[in-house]
Design a protein around this ligand. Sequence first.
Ligand code: HEC
Length: 475
Amino acid sequence: MKRGFKQRLVHWISDRFGWAPFKDNVLDRRVAKSPWYFGDGATMMMLLGVLVVTGIGMMFTYTPHPDAAYLSVRHLTERQTLGWFVRGLHYWSAGLLMVMTLWHVLRHILIAGYKFPREGTWLVGVVLFAAIVVMGFTGYVLRWDERSIYAVRVALNIFERVPLIGEHLVVFVLGDSQPGARLLTRMYALHVVALPLVIAFFTVWHLYLVILHGITSHRERRELTHTAEQQKRRYKEDARDDDTGEPFYPDTMVQSGLMAAIVLGLAFILVLTVGPASLMPEANLTERAFPAEEWWWWWFSALIALLPANVVPAFVVLFPLVVLLGMTLLPLVDRGPERGYSKRPLALGFVVFTVVILVGLSGLRLRSAWTGWPDGEPPAVPAGITLSPDVDEGRRLFAHYGCTSCHSVAGKGGRNVAVDLAAMEAPRSRAYLDDYIRRPPAGVAMPAYEGWAREDDIARLVDYVLAAQTFQSAR
Ligand code: HEC
């Protein structure tokens, strides 16, 4: 029997472009049912897609050179049609990707998604996790504003502390003795070529394994699973059964698409209400930058500020290693038959603990200007002294703006990294203090508060420091 032209054309396309096997093995394959909020993987794919598109869009304008980078970002944001929107969407997709990555990892710890036969899926995921974190970091260095340079300094500080190879590592990253053109080029190459390729490759691999081994089914989470073979048999049964399984297309796709759509909607709302990340002043390579980091690092800053100063150098090197090593070893060590969280209190405890700590620390950082000592105790008023309301307000702001993380006043309430403000070398005038707090001299490791603290607040801070000079004699 001779087939019609249309039929032959469809057959030709399907055969030559490999549509039929794709349809059979991917779209029409049956998978275990899962709730809609398990759509985080699909959501991450969607976010990656948005990042690629908006990222390429920005590459048409961005100039990876220290003299031009900052201005090109400004130009993109302020002058180009919809530039703010493209950059905003890139920024918020990246931020939401950080959140979804955490969600994805914690969810799989919770349900033991890393257990046999999915160890490989998880380990490939660990590479993706690391790549995404570095991606989020290199991205905001490209902005080349003060936040970028602060991030670079924090990272270099960590590298420098790596035993034996620390210094070489710093030179390797910098390509120079100072952060400059070479560093920016390197960050650029990493961010737009090297890491995207790594992420693309491992994402495809990850997805392939997800298709091969399926997702952790409802029954897996309820019943004990002893071997990979047993799991595979069960998974097939679950997927085939109409109560526990469904075809990937359209059921699963629509469902996980729902979560992706919600998150994309959220990204749009954030772009329209908050907009792209505000640009801080351009990076200044000679003065110390004001500490600032992207919000997905807030918890880390707070943690560093809370740790005893002598622990921090070792901590910053060991912490990332411990996290990566822990993630790598997890599927190789935890091989028990239980899945799901009801029978694994340790996993449940760990996930709850992690979320509480991350949110709690971020909250601390959010309320603090400088460290994790937000609105901490202002320095006590020495006995026998009464402060005017303005001076007392200044005392409160002194803690609010984190001055206490470096200065104490008459021996009270500070970390004492810098001079005690009740014991300055010479009496300082109002004009001097005002100027100093706004723009500390180059080379002084104190952030400039101009443009950052409110004008009124600077005046109150000056009131307080002026008054503090008299505390010494009263002590
Ligand atoms: C990161 C640490 C740090 C922070 C935070 C900080 N300072 Fe400083 N500050 C310094 C350093 C370092 C000096 C230089 C003097 C020294 O080396 O001890 C200094 C100097 C000063 C001086 C001049 C002292 C003199 O002898 O002339 C004043 C005034 C001052 N700081 C006020 C403030 C106020 C007010 C705040 C908060 C709004 C603040 N500082 C926050 C580190 C800091």
